[in-house]
Design a protein around this ligand. Structure first.
Ligand SMILES: Nc1ncnc2c1ncn2[C@@H]1O[C@H](COP(=O)(O)OP(=O)(O)OP(=O)(O)O)[C@@H](O)[C@H]1O
Ligand SMILES: [Mg+2]
Length: 265
């Protein structure tokens, strides 16, 4: 964790700010209030699941963190920096450290899986070598191939993305995000279009990333088994509020199930 020392008049108060801290966040679309008063923290190396019924605001919350949705109130601190005030280059720099995979993957359909994964390196490198597999350095290409292997797509590396299935495209998007070497990871239903075995493997991979590299991860999932097995803590949204915030090992099965009643995939 980032240990920040705040100097108060007359005394030094030491406090620890986790890599992601959301406070009093509110979002409305027109007159429609989606949520308010949302507080959450994700610690270094912690995998947190975000659960809730359809329309409870999970995707909106993730999109606020990368500033694709502007909240009406609140603060979002990433490694101590309030990202809501950021514009231009500052915002670009903050975003380059966040690996996000949303429900729409925005892959380049006419390019190969490998080229799409290379695009993840644009957060840290420039030039045509991070656009096209044929121009990439062997080091970049090896790294991209490692991530394609990690998501089980080595045989499809040179296949065009528009010839892949939905679940395979999902895994390309995850490999691209991993290529970015993110400092914070936000993933929206990474297991949604995957078969059970691949879904487990992807969730395991994300969990390993948190544990092995200390990367904080916030994952939206509608699969109760995945939520229980691959997260350290579970945060549940309901009626525009954080209605549950519990260590996954201590979660009461009945209250957990209530979050999935209208949201089973
Ligand atoms: N750009 C937008 N303009 C207006 N309303 C929006 C917008 N984006 C989301 N909403 C509304 O905000 C609410 C929350 O949507 P959100 O996509 O965050 O839910 P969710 O919890 O991710 O649901 P799901 O489980 O179905 O993915 C929904 O009622 C949705 O219609
Ligand atoms: Mg959603």
């Amino acid at each position: 964790m980032n240990a920040l020392v705040l100097n108060c008049p007359g005394s030094a108060v030491e406090t620890t700010i986790p890599p992601l801290r959301v406070r009093n966040l509110a979002v409305s679309f027109g007159a429609k209030r989606i949520f308010d008063g949302i507080d959450l923290d994700v610690a270094e190396g912690e995998a947190v699941s975000l659960i809730g019924g359809n329309g409870s605001g999970k995707s909106t919350l993730l999109r606020c963190i990368v500033r694709l949705v502007e909240p009406t109130e609140g603060s979002i601190l990433i490694r101590g920096q309030d990202v809501l005030g950021l514009r231009g280059e500052g915002l670009r720099r903050a975003r380059s450290g966040i690996g996000f995979v949303f429900q729409k993957h925005n892959l380049v359909p006419r390019l190969s899986a490998l080229s799409n994964v290379l695009h993840g390196a644009q957060a840290r490198a420039k030039g045509p070598g991070v656009w096209f597999q044929s121009l990439a350095s062997s080091q970049m290409r090896d790294e991209a191939m490692t991530w394609l292997e990690a998501v089980g797509l080595l045989p499809q590396a040179l296949q065009r993305v528009d010839s892949l299935s939905g679940g395979q495209s999902q895994r390309v998007a995850i490999a691209r995000m991993l290529m970015q070497r993110p400092k914070l990871v936000l993933v929206d239903e990474p297991d949604a279009s995957l078969d059970p075995k691949t879904g487990r493997e992807v969730m395991e991979l994300l969990h390993r990333l948190a544990k092995a590299k200390g990367v904080p991860i916030l994952i939206v999932s509608h699969r109760l088994e995945h939520v229980k097995s691959y997260s350290d803590r579970i945060i549940g949204l309901a009626s525009g509020r954080v209605a549950l915030n519990v260590e996954s090992g201590l979660a009461d099965p009945a209250s957990l199930r209530s979050f999935f009643e209208d949201a089973v995939s």
